[in-house]
Write a protein that binds this ligand. Structure first.
Ligand SMILES: [Zn+2]
Length: 259
């Protein structure tokens, strides 16, 4: 038995390459162990995000997905393999993550997250990663996180273009940036427009890295900034955006300081 404030020998070895980082150390590793992160969508973004969080030792992961694995998912959704076609994605994801790191806890929620259930599903998490494929879910994640003081890390990818919006408590939010759910068909999705799996992997990995940075308090906090990836040139930019004084999510949020 080890005390709650100690890492056992296996953990010290498993995480040794990140524990040597000044930004992590034993204290940071314990912080990751005690953290809870929800991943909404076990797809092209959620797959790499969840894999890296599990590998890094985030102690509790919740995978939220109501879909089943299909053959055309496998080009980018690396949590799943050919044998898992037809299986619920949440189950397939949990099995893969448990094989990677059996020392963490993985919970599954096989429901479609939307405005009606987001608050209940996401309560109790420190960070929520959105890797969903629709705006209704992204706005629901944003609004529930802003209301509850949870950091939201919302990603999007299509063709060779990606973006990540990090919304720590008290910061300008996804709704400040994009307003409201766009009408169906206005913004092309990956089904029609296409996406390279590796580019989705870059965006999901960026979401994992931003989540770990937030949990560790490492580097510059992303307040009112959107990371924009152009994978064809290639180029990554950090673009500032302001709070929208008419934003309904921010108006309803309790007043909090930005870390
Ligand atoms: Zn807002």
């Amino acid at each position: 038995m080890t005390a709650d404030d100690e890492l056992d020998d296996e953990a010290l070895l498993r995480y040794s390459r990140q524990i040597v980082l000044r930004e992590v150390g034993g204290t940071g590793q314990l912080r990751l162990r005690d953290a809870a992160v929800a991943v909404v969508g076990a797809g092209g973004l959620g797959s790499p995000a969840a894999l890296y969080l599990a590998a890094a030792g985030v102690g509790r992961l919740t995978i939220v997905d109501d879909d089943r694995v299909s053959l055309d998912n496998l080009q980018r959704q690396v949590l799943h393999d050919t044998a898992s076609v037809g299986e619920p994605k949440a189950d397939s994801a949990a099995r893969t993550l448990a094989a990677l790191n059996p020392t963490i806890r993985v919970d599954t929620v096989e429901r479609r997250l939307g405005p009606g259930n987001a608050t209940g599903i996401l309560a109790g998490h420190d960070v929520v990663i959105d890797g969903s494929d629709n705006f209704s879910t992204k706005f629901a994640v944003n609004d529930a996180c802003v209301a509850q003081g949870i950091c939201a890390v919302i990603g999007g990818v299509v063709r060779f273009d990606g973006q990540v919006v990090v919304v720590p408590p008290g910061a300008p939010c996804y709704r400040c940036l994009f307003g409201d759910v766009p009408p169906d068909g206005l913004v092309p999705g990956c089904r029609a427009a296409g996406v390279l799996g590796a580019v989705a992997g870059m965006v999901g990995t960026l979401q994992a890295s931003e989540t770990l940075r937030h949990l560790l308090g490492a580097g510059d906090a992303q307040v009112g900034r959107v990371l924009v990836l152009d994978a064809l040139r290639p180029r990554l930019r950090s673009v500032p955006f302001a709070r929208d004084p008419r934003c309904s999510a921010c108006a309803a949020a309790p007043v909090r300081g930005v870390r």
